[in-house]
Each structure stands twice: as C-alpha cells, then as structure tokens.
Design a protein around this ligand. Sequence first.
Ligand SMILES: Cc1cc2nc3c(=O)[nH]c(=O)nc-3n(C[C@H](O)[C@H](O)[C@H](O)COP(=O)(O)OP(=O)(O)OC[C@H]3O[C@@H](n4cnc5c(N)ncnc54)[C@H](O)[C@@H]3O)c2cc1C
Length: 236
Amino acid sequence: MKRRQFIQSTAGAGVTFAAGLLPFAARAASLRVVVVGGGMAGAAVAKFIRLWSKGEISVSLIEKDTSYVSNILSNEVVTGKRPSIDSLAYSYTALTTKYGVQRIQGTVTGIDDINKTVTYETPAGSNSVLTYDRLVLAPGLDFDLMPGMTSASQYDTTVPHAWKAGVQTTLLRNQLLAMPDWQNVVITVPLAPYRCPPGPYERACVIADWLRTRKPNSKVVMLDANPEIQAQKTNF
Ligand SMILES: Cc1cc2nc3c(=O)[nH]c(=O)nc-3n(C[C@H](O)[C@H](O)[C@H](O)COP(=O)(O)OP(=O)(O)OC[C@H]3O[C@@H](n4cnc5c(N)ncnc54)[C@H](O)[C@@H]3O)c2cc1C
C-alpha cells in the first residue's frame, strides 16, 4: 500500500491504532510532524503531509537557510547561460501561506528519540527544543575532504565541488572565466552510489561545450572511480 493511500484510508475510516487507541482523525488534530531540512525532499514531505491530512496534522519544518537554492539548472550558471544563481533561489512563503507549514529557521544540532525532541540553534545563536510525534530527517548530504585538503572551507575558496548550488556555483563560474586558454578542468566522479548519477557527466559535457568555443586549447579531464558511465550512457 502506498503511503498516500494509507493516510487517506486511515483518515477516512477512522482506523484505530494499537498504540494510541484513538481514531486517527481524533489523534490527527494534535499530531505534530517535524521535518528537518527544507530541500527538495523535506519541502515535498511537509507540503504533502499538510495536503493529504487536509490540514489536520501540524507540520514544522526546520531549515537552516533563509531560502533554498536549486541544483537543477545550476549548470546554466556555470556556463553563463543564466546570469546569476539568485534566479534559482526559492523562498518558503508558499509552504507557509498556502499549505500552513510552520517554518522555523534554525540548524538542528541534536535529536532525542526517546523523549521525541529536536534541538536546534536559532540564527541568533540560542538553543530551542521542539517536540514531535513523527520526525522526518531530510538534511541532504555533506562532503568528505578530498585527499590533500585540510579544511572543508577550501571548497568555498579554491576547489568548489559546486554540487550544492549557491556560492560555489558562482565560484566555479568565475574560475572558468579566469583560467587561461590552455589549462584543464578536472572533474572527479566518486564510486557509486552517489547523489544524482548523471550529474558529473552532464556537467562535464556542458563545460566541455563551453570550452570548445571560449577556450579551445583547454579540455575537461574526468577521473571516474567507476568502471563505466553511471547514467544515460549512450547520451553522455
Ligand atoms: C548540478 C546538479 C543538478 C541536478 N539536477 C537535477 C535534476 O535535474 N533533477 C533532479 O531530480 N535532481 C537533480 N539533482 C539532484 C537533486 O538536487 C538532489 O537529489 C536533491 O537536492 C536532494 O534533495 P534533499 O532534500 O535530499 O537534499 P537538499 O536538496 O540538499 O536539501 C537539504 C536541506 O537540508 C538543510 N539542512 C542540512 N542540515 C541541516 C540541519 N542540521 N538543520 C537544518 N537544516 C539542515 C540544507 O540547508 C538543505 O536546504 C541535481 C543535483 C546537482 C548537484
């Protein structure tokens, strides 16, 4: 049974839960879901729990940033087709005004799954605690240091991976513009599984295409940990 059908059928029929022994509709009014991370996954979960519960389940979304910058189409910023990364930033206004999600800006620092609480740090630097009935963790991913790197801050200054759209996308763009017409672009591909299998190959193609006319003596070198292309093999 799909989750959607499950929620719809239980809400409609007033199914009782062994643990709570209250009809779902009655419990739902006081149920609180906390979602950590307002990216594609977290925002979608928050929206559809509100929609499918017909507003009966309260949803709090804790996200550290003020807006979400979409990875999708960020390659257009890398190649200059899109003038700025700002056009890929999305606010959380629709989630709050249209769907009634409670948006909290903060960085989650701890979870107590016995007492069902989440601790987060507010932008002002203080700690707050939120209780939940159900918790959804959707914080995306973080990056390990590459061999030879000493600090993650190097990703923001010298070797942008730009797999999280934002400042690094712009940095990569500026590095491409500044490089002389003989230097090469090296792209590494980690061993699968990794997020967005076509990502590195797509980026290699768009940068190579850009270099072809802008810096014809430069090229893209791919260091791929995988034995073969991981997605859309024929296409790439
Ligand atoms: C260049 C590129 C192109 C892509 N193109 C496509 C595409 O065309 N189509 C497609 O479907 N996918 C595409 N993807 C993949 C897609 O971007 C990811 O699969 C998607 O972003 C994953 O969503 P997520 O919600 O899990 O994580 P994210 O989108 O990374 O969101 C995680 C969120 O959690 C927040 N967060 C993290 N830690 C905390 C914390 N402790 N407290 C509070 N908040 C926190 C972050 O600020 C962030 O907003 C692409 C990816 C890249 C890199």
